[in-house]
Design a binder for this molecule. Structure first.
Ligand SMILES: Cc1cc2nc3c(=O)[nH]c(=O)nc-3n(C[C@H](O)[C@H](O)[C@H](O)COP(=O)(O)O)c2cc1C
Length: 172
């Protein structure tokens, strides 16, 4: 499948089969994160993989991950992340999100569904999973076999803004 077809095929899955994700597929998803670029190649992102019943029970108190069998909490070491010298802007959320996107699209390529979740209680998550000081959760990625009908890959012609609304050339 070419990249654009893969990207068009992905959609947010909010209903999962209970079937677990095979360890070799998890390995590929984590490898997709490993090869992702980060600012100055600092690699400040840390991944918390949750598959156990106990882990998911704790997770249910901080976020809705729609009973996905595999959940990856994408965290960042805020002190290690690259900061732009001119104004101190931190690339931490960008780095975390590039890894998240790589994993999400690898999951699609493996025939898995996924959901990117930012609506969560960060403080509760920190307590429940013993996040050390300076390690902040940025994204949660739920992954599993979809229990829904695939969406039309061409739906974006109506569900996304047209390029004429979002792209300017040369200057605003
Ligand atoms: C940064 C980000 C945060 C998101 N947070 C949530 C969330 O907390 N809960 C949820 O159900 N979906 C969440 N989504 C999924 C979006 O709602 C979804 O990607 C968007 O509506 C487009 O639909 P599609 O993924 O099916 O193309 C999030 C997506 C992104 C990129």
């Amino acid at each position: 499948m070419d990249f654009l077809t893969l990207a068009r095929t992905r959609y947010s899955v909010r209903k999962y089969q209970s079937r677990p994700v095979e360890p070799e597929k998890l390995e590929r998803i984590l490898t997709a994160a490993q090869v992702a670029p980060t600012a100055a190649n600092i690699q400040p992102v840390r991944l918390l993989v949750i598959e156990s019943k106990e882990g998911k029970a704790k997770l249910a108190t901080v976020a809705n991950t729609f009973s996905a069998p595999l959940v990856i909490v994408v965290c960042v070491d805020t002190k290690a992340a690259w900061h732009r010298p001119m104004d101190g802007w931190s690339a931490e959320a960008v780095d975390a999100s590039i890894l998240t996107d790589h994993m999400m699209l690898e999951a699609t390529d493996l025939g898995l569904g996924s959901l990117w979740v930012c609506y969560f209680h960060a403080d509760k998550l920190r307590d429940a999973f013993n996040l050390p000081d300076g390690i902040d959760p940025v994204n949660i990625l739920a992954i599993g076999y979809a229990d829904t009908k695939p969406l039309d890959p061409m739906r974006h012609t109506t569900t996304r803004k047209g390029l004429s609304e979002t792209v300017v050339y040369e200057t605003f």
